[in-house]
Each structure stands twice: as structure tokens, then as C-alpha cells.
Design a protein around this ligand. Structure first.
Ligand SMILES: [Zn+2]
Length: 302
């Protein structure tokens, strides 16, 4: 069968139906798959340059906020995981690793070779799209907004479970395709992040798969994975005439997908500020309805 004409769900493997844009939707599990899938060359291009420049991603203290939130996550992992090393799959620039190590935890990150990381960190340069190679026994395995980047996310989840020590903790954060913001914003939803995100999971599909893997789910949160308020803000701003990108506006010039003049940046940020109240109400409502823009799952090996 020609995969171009007969797309398969990137999560459960059932047949999926093209649904406009660059997505094919699975009737069985509700996941959307980026279709046609990007080839190696397209993906390589998508990860270089502005995606994560060595100088940092965000302007105006944004990188500090990112490090602060990772430090909170590190504290939580350190508190909840049994003694032992922690594996961060898709560790990016290493903010979580650095925070874990400064708490005295052994931590190893996996990241693709062309992603910058601080040299003091133990980052194994691997093709994280092929997570299957990993070995060892880990007190915790973390996929912080990385599972959706993998070619075989379901296999990676199974593999992660097999790597956990007894009482080991699995932590996954992903955008939530069944959120209000994903449904209402459609193609404008910034968490689609095409072509880097290869699967787009509804929270329910993730929770079910974690449960099926034999782990005990200890927490499902619709705000802990972040990006809930910002998803609304960016989406609302993008609906204005000329469709400005708030996400680009908060990034450093070298980290923007599209160059932005200073005056356009100022008006975009002002639009974000003006829409903040509406976005806050929408974000709070979807979190209260357990349909937040991202989902966080914490589960333990019995
Ligand atoms: Zn499916």
C-alpha cells in the first residue's frame, strides 16, 4: 500500500484519514499524524537555525523563566523518584539536567547531535527519533515535550517503561489535541509545530497507553505541562489582521522563524497584553474542564 495515499496513525498504527492541512486523523484513538511525514532532510532543516540557537531562545528574561520552571520540575522529580539516575529524553539545551545535577542527582540527557547543550552536562548525542537503543535502569524517565517529536512514540513509551527501576517514575508532558484551544484554533494552534511534531495526541490516548503499559498513574494535570495560557494568547493574536506571531515576538531575533521589525514586534506584544485577560479566562476554563492545552502524566512502576 502506498503510505502517501493510505496514512497510518503514528500512535496506534490504525489507518488514518487526511483531514486538511498536513494531518491525518485516526478514527480509533483520535491521534493526528503529520502527513505526509517529513523526510530526514526536512526534519534536519526544521531543527537548525532559529529553533534553538546557542544564545538562547527567549528575550526579556524568558530563558530565566524557563530555567526556573525546570528547577521546579527537578525538585518534584527529586522528591518523588526513588534514588538513582534520571533520564531526560529530548533534553534540549539541558535546563532540567542542570537543575537535577545541582540537586545532586545523576542525570543523563538524550538529544540530537546538532542541539546545543552546556558542556558540563552529560548529554548523549543520539538520534532520539530512535529511542530504542537505550539501556540501563533509571529512577525516572522524562519526556518533556519530546514524545511528539519521535517517529515511534508508542514504542518509545514501552521502552521507557522497561527502563524504569522498581518504583521508578515516568513523566510525560505533551500538547493536548483534545484541548479547547486545539479544537478552536485549528491550524493556528502553535503547538502543532509542524513538521517537528509527528504525532498530536489527545490526552485520553496518552493516559490510556500509560495505563496499558502497567504503570500506576499518580497524576494527570492539564496545566503542569505549561503552554496553556500562551497557546491561547498566541492563537488569539494570530487571528488579528496580518496574523502576527506572538511566539516569534517573545523570542530573540536569532530564534524567530520569521524576521520581525521592531515596530511590528511592539504592536504584537501590545496585542498580546490587550488579549491577556480573555486568554486567561479561556485557559482557566479549559483547565477546569480538564481539557487544557497540554497534559502532564506522572506514573510509577509498581
Ligand atoms: Zn490511532
Amino acid at each position: 500500500m502506498n503510505p502517501e495515499l493510505n496514512p497510518r496513525c503514528g500512535w496506534c498504527g490504525s489507518s488514518a484519514r487526511p483531514s486538511g492541512g498536513r494531518l491525518a486523523v485516526c478514527g480509533l484513538c483520535g491521534a493526528a499524524t503529520t502527513h505526509p511525514p517529513p523526510d530526514e532532510a526536512e526534519l534536519r532543516t526544521a531543527y537548525v537555525g532559529s529553533y534553538r540557537p546557542p544564545s538562547g531562545r527567549f528575550s526579556g528574561g524568558g530563558d530565566r523563566v524557563l530555567r526556573y520552571t525546570r528547577a521546579l520540575l527537578a525538585g518534584r522529580l527529586d522528591r518523588l523518584a526513588p534514588p538513582g539516575p534520571i533520564l531526560d529524553v529530548g533534553c534540549g539545551e539541558g535546563a532540567l539536567l542542570g537543575a537535577l545535577i545541582s540537586r545532586g542527582r545523576d542525570a543523563v540527557g538524550l538529544e540530537q547531535g546538532d542541539q546545543p547543550a552546556q558542556s558540563r552536562l552529560d548529554v548523549r548525542e543520539v538520534d532520539i527519533l530512535d529511542f530504542d537503543e537505550q539501556r540501563g535502569e533509571w529512577a525516572a524517565v522524562v519526556f518533556w515535550h519530546s514524545l511528539e517529536h519521535l517517529r515511534e512514540p508508542r514504542a518509545a513509551l514501552r521502552r521507557a517503561c522497561s527502563l524504569l527501576a522498581p518504583s521508578g517514575l515516568l513523566v510525560i508532558a505533551i500538547p493536548n489535541r483534545s484541548s479547547w484551544q486545539a479544537r478552536w484554533l485549528g491550524d493556528r494552534w502553535f503547538a502543532l509545530d509542524l513538521p517537528r511534531h509527528l504525532v498530536h495526541l489527545p490526552a485520553e490516548a496518552l493516559v490510556e497507553a500509560v495505563r496499558e503499559s502497567g504503570l500506576e498513574i499518580e497524576r494527570v494535570s492539564y496545566w503542569r505541562a505549561g503552554q496553556v495560557l500562551f497557546g491561547w494568547l498566541d492563537g488569539l493574536v494570530s487571528m488579528l489582521p496580518s496574523h502576527p506571531s506572538l511566539y516569534d515576538a517573545i523570542r530573540r531575533p536569532e530564534a524567530r522563524a520569521t524576521a520581525m521589525s521592531p515596530s511590528r514586534r511592539v504592536t504584537t506584544l501590545a496585542a498580546g497584553a490587550a488579549l491577556a485577560t480573555v486568554a486567561t479566562v479561556l485557559a482557566a476554563s479549559e483547565v477546569a474542564a480538564r481539557a487544557g492545552g497540554s497534559v502532564y502524566v506522572e506514573a510509577r512502576r509498581p
